[in-house]
Unconditional design. Structure first.
Length: 161
């Protein structure tokens, strides 16, 4: 689990400043506070919805594995993915614990696989959408000719002149 957390930490550490810079660079200084607030709101909303949606996907996938093998597959899947795997095992009769452990491990793995595949698909689709929708603007003939450079230079105060 630690290597995964390290990878996530590196990814967030590399991307957070770039995303913040892009959001703040897209607006003027007078709207920087609003852009920062909107960015943080979107980030928090995405995290909350992501955990809820992919948690539901994981529970649903685990429930399909548990169906017909345990009494209440939905409650067992929720407990399993909520961290109560050992409690579920200890509540079972001693004679069936070994078989139940195999089933619970399979259900947990299936739930996580489904959630991670879903998250990977969403990330891929978001990358494709960003690539398609966020193309670099082609310079217009007015800005590429350099005709505005003398005006800019004349408006800049140069010490000693």
């Amino acid at each position: 689990m630690i290597p995964g957390m390290v990878v996530v930490g590196i990814g967030v550490g590399v991307m957070a400043p770039a995303i913040s810079g892009a959001a703040l660079g897209a607006v003027g200084p007078e709207r920087a506070g609003m852009a920062g607030g909107a960015l943080n709101t979107a980030r928090q909303l995405g995290l909350a919805l992501g955990v809820a949606i992919f948690g539901a996907v994981a529970v649903n996938a685990a429930q399909h594995v548990l169906a017909g093998r345990v009494g209440d597959a939905h409650a067992t899947a929720q407990g399993l993915l909520g961290g109560a795997g050992q409690t579920l095992l200890q509540a079972a009769p001693a004679s069936s614990r070994a078989g139940l452990e195999v089933v619970l491990r399979g259900a947990f793995a299936n739930g996580l696989n489904s959630a991670m595949l879903g998250a990977g698909l969403v990330a891929f689709l978001a990358a494709v959408a960003a690539f398609v929708l966020m193309r670099a603007k082609k310079p217009s003939p007015e800005t590429s000719s350099g005709s505005d450079i003398p005006e800019l230079r004349s408006s800049v105060a140069v010490p000693g002149r």
